[in-house]
Design a protein around this ligand. Structure first.
Ligand SMILES: [Zn+2]
Length: 293
């Protein structure tokens, strides 16, 4: 838990990173408490759809501009699929999911600055990601496991959920704090040295070769599943398809997955179980989406 306290005007935190970011204020007079909350607000933010409090030390705008550099690099070095039915599928599902995302932000009157782009990379990796700001890539290696539009929607919803929930920002913030401390974090960001770029790339999930989800924590993974299911349902894809997608992921892993206690993210079995438990809550959105089509 990232527990922020104010101690003689300084921020400190404890490093149990596994759970929610909560704000703890020591007993102080009301006025002072108010000022403290205002000061700490820059470090804590709320995740859309789940309302979890999380640590964010970096502005969304900074994350987007750091991502733009990384994305450009990917586009220049990767082997891109420029046409064909697979690309069309990724774009078709992508547009439906991002329409649902934008509809959600409109309903909630939350401003957002996503500029969606979809790339399909020719590669065996069973992987996909969405960078802060909405730059999405799928690898051709994951499409046979997706099988259908609903399968693509499962992955698309999950990856976009990481971006909506600013999980990269949260991880990056944790990394900055751990390496540089609160005061230094801002200075380091300005300099954009290679070490910071590396930390950033890892935080948003680049540079990993294995699986869809390794860079994120279990809490973030489960949150992305939850938001992702909601997105696919709102976009009119049956959320049940997420269960069969993760079953195919499990078969694909074919015993290669490390035991859960060695891994930072949930085992496929646990994930499938958790998704099943989430389904009753999201089915309503699917039924509503169906009836408006
Ligand atoms: Zn993930």
């Amino acid at each position: 838990m990232h527990r922020f306290n104010c101690k003689r005007g300084k921020l400190w935190y404890d490093t149990n990173m596994a759970s929610l970011c909560t704000l703890t204020v020591l007993p102080l007079k009301r006025a002072l408490t108010f000022l403290l909350l205002a000061a700490l607000a820059t470090g804590c933010a709320t995740v859309p759809m789940t309302n979890r409090r999380q640590l964010r030390l970096v502005s969304s705008q900074q994350m987007v501009s750091l991502s733009a550099v990384q994305y450009q690099e990917v586009l220049e070095t990767a082997k891109l699929v420029k046409s064909g039915s697979q690309l069309q599928q990724v774009q078709r599902v992508g547009h439906r999911i991002t329409d649902a995302v934008e509809e959600y932000y409109r309903e909630e009157k939350i401003p957002q600055n996503f500029k969606w782009e979809f790339a399909l990379i020719d590669g065996e990796q069973v992987n996909a990601w969405c960078m802060p700001g909405g730059k999405i890539a799928f690898y051709t290696g994951i499409l046979p496991i997706c099988q259908s539009d609903a399968g693509v929607a499962t992955v698309m919803g999950h990856e976009i959920a990481h971006a909506m929930a600013e999980h990269g920002n949260e991880r990056f913030s944790q990394g900055l704090l751990a390496q540089f401390g609160t005061a230094a974090a801002n200075e380091v960001l300005k300099e954009r040295d290679p070490k910071t770029q590396q930390l950033f790339a890892t935080a948003i999930g680049l540079g990993t070769q294995v699986g869809v989800l390794l860079p994120f924590s279990r809490l973030q993974e489960s949150e992305a599943d939850q938001i992702g299911l909601m997105l696919m349902a709102r976009a009119g894809y049956n959320p049940e398809a997420a269960v069969s997608f993760w079953q195919r992921m499990k078969e694909n892993a074919n015993g290669k997955q490390p035991p859960e206690f060695l891994s930072t993210h949930p085992s496929n079995d646990r994930r499938i179980e958790e998704i099943r438990a989430m389904l009753p809550k999201v089915r309503r959105y699917y039924t509503e989406a169906e009836s408006t089509e």
